[in-house]
Design a protein around this ligand. Structure first.
Ligand SMILES: [Zn+2]
Length: 494
């Protein structure tokens, strides 16, 4: 039995007593005095807030892929409940940051966005089409043009140009849309290995995403890259390699020199001497890394990868740009599994906490956002402390509430996805819905649940984080990072 499964069962067994107590327990309900005191403390904190106008030395951008607002609320409750608390009063680590905004995520040609267009907006400062990596809005998806790799410049390129360190961490394949937007250009996000690129695109000069991880990017290239997707870097005939050009990008990475290292497991990662390593590539799975809940110890946690990347990059006196992606929140949702999506969101919160503990917030700007949302809802009138993955049990009741069809229903659900039930809904038990394998019911049948089109949150702390406020277009996130670092100015961009 995996760790996550055990935790799920403990939760189910212990919460029913706690939820009954919620109806009368003052620790959970609070008192008029305690709510007033807490409200006044929140005002005092805001009045004491000091704006930091200094230039940032470092920027860390955390992206929870698909981590919409409803995901944040449900994940904060789950995180609290995993500690044996009621949950609703909890804050994810970054929800305590002083500056917050709403972000409009649409792509220039799509009302509901994908990760490629949105990650491009975050990294280049210009919105673009759905499905493309760092190409201009005028360039068609899949169309290879001569200036594909030069028309727009990602933030990490400017950072490299002025000698800053750059890095990526993701639980997804490093060739997947969000991490790819840090270092690569491609008119189609699917061109992860050379075998994915059509012959005519290759003839027109377009390259696959994986090989671009070796690019100097106007400097000496990425210092650290940790995640999944080994198959796109290795040739066919070696394990599960997908490359048909015979190249082994992991070997070529090692040819970067004496300080280059390549690792595939947690133990290998922990054995790396960071003081003598200048270029670190870690590929911990052939495809995406495992979901956080119950993952194999051979694969490092998002927190461990984040810690390693910060330790490496902070040796650079000129500062660094690091993007960290919780890449599989999105995949949990697409599969209709709130269990996996939320546990991965909790893992992202832990990684942000780790970063906050490690850096000097007087010189490091930390931003946390999502690329887009999902059609994930939290509904019904569950009582305080009701298991967030469970059936709705209302206040003053000890039995699940019944829907119009006389059957119980879960708090969490999806508008569409694989959890759709043709015809009559089955009657669910609490034990069934709390099982890690449970897929929440949904209305519209689809093999893959879809992204949602509403705004996402942006949370910020550190120098010039006061720029994060109001409702903004997603490309503005780049401009906040650029301004915080005075980056393009220092890189000589007019
Ligand atoms: Zn997605």
């Amino acid at each position: 039995m995996t760790r996550g499964v055990i935790r799920g069962f403990i939760l189910a067994a212990t919460m029913s007593a706690a939820t009954l107590a919620a109806d009368t327990n003052e620790d959970i309900l609070g008192t008029t005095e305690s709510w007033t005191k807490d409200g006044e403390a929140a005002i005092a904190e805001r009045l004491a807030y000091k704006i930091n106008k200094k230039r940032a030395k470092n920027v860390i951008l955390f992206v929870g892929d698909g981590m919409g607002i409803s995901t944040l609320t449900a994940a904060r409750i789950l995180e609290g409940q995993l500690r044996g608390e009621s949950g609703e009063e909890n804050y994810l680590s970054f929800e305590e940051f002083p500056n917050t905004a709403l972000v409009k995520t649409y792509n220039v040609d799509s009302q509901v966005a994908d990760s490629a267009g949105t990650a491009s907006a975050l990294n280049t400062g210009t919105k673009t089409r759905i499905g493309v990596i760092n190409t201009p809005p005028t360039q068609m998806q899949g169309q290879c043009t001569a200036d594909t790799e030069t028309a727009v410049t990602p933030l990490a390129y400017y950072a490299e140009k002025i000698g800053m360190g750059t890095g990526i961490v993701s639980t997804a394949r490093l060739t997947h849309a969000t991490p790819a937007a840090v270092y690569a250009h491609a008119p189609l996000r699917d061109w992860e290995a050379d075998s994915d690129v059509p012959a005519e695109a290759k003839a027109a000069g377009c390259r696959d995403i994986a090989q671009q991880i070796l690019d100097p990017m106007m400097g000496d290239g990425l210092e650290v890259a940790l995640g999944g997707g080994r198959r796109n870097f290795q040739p066919t005939g070696t394990g599960k390699g997908k490359r048909e050009d015979g190249r082994d990008i992991t070997k070529e990475w090692m040819e970067k020199g004496k300080g280059a290292a390549y690792v595939e497991t947690t133990d290998e990662l922990k054995a790396v001497d960071l003081t003598t390593t200048s270029k670190l590539l870690g590929l911990f799975d052939n495809s995406h890394m495992q979901f956080s809940a119950g993952h194999s110890a051979e694969q490092p946690d998002l927190s461990v990868m984040t810690e390693t990347a910060i330790n490496m990059l902070s040796q650079n006196k000129k500062g660094y740009y690091l993007m960290v992606e919780g890449g599989r929140i999105d995949h949990g949702h697409h599969a209709g599994s709130a269990y996996n999506a939320l546990n991965d969101a909790v893992a992202l919160s832990a990684a942000v906490k780790k970063a906050v503990e490690m850096v000097d917030l007087d010189e490091t700007l930390i931003l946390v956002t999502a690329d887009h949302s999902h059609v994930f809802t939290m509904a019904g009138y569950a009582k305080r402390g009701n298991p967030i993955l469970g059936l709705v049990v209302e206040a003053h009741s000890d039995t699940p509430a019944l829907a119009g069809d006389g059957k119980p229903y879960t708090t969490l659900g999806y508008h569409n996805g694989p959890g759709a039930v043709p015809g009559e809904r089955p009657a669910l038990t609490q034990e069934e819905v709390l099982a890690p394998t449970h897929l929440q019911q949904s209305l519209i049948p689809r093999n893959s649940e879809t992204h949602g089109g509403e705004d996402v949150g942006l949370f910020a702390i550190g120098p010039r984080s006061y720029l994060v406020r109001g409702t903004m277009e997603q490309n503005v996130v780049f401009h906040i990072m650029d301004h915080a670092l005075d980056l393009r100015k220092r890189a000589g961009v007019k």
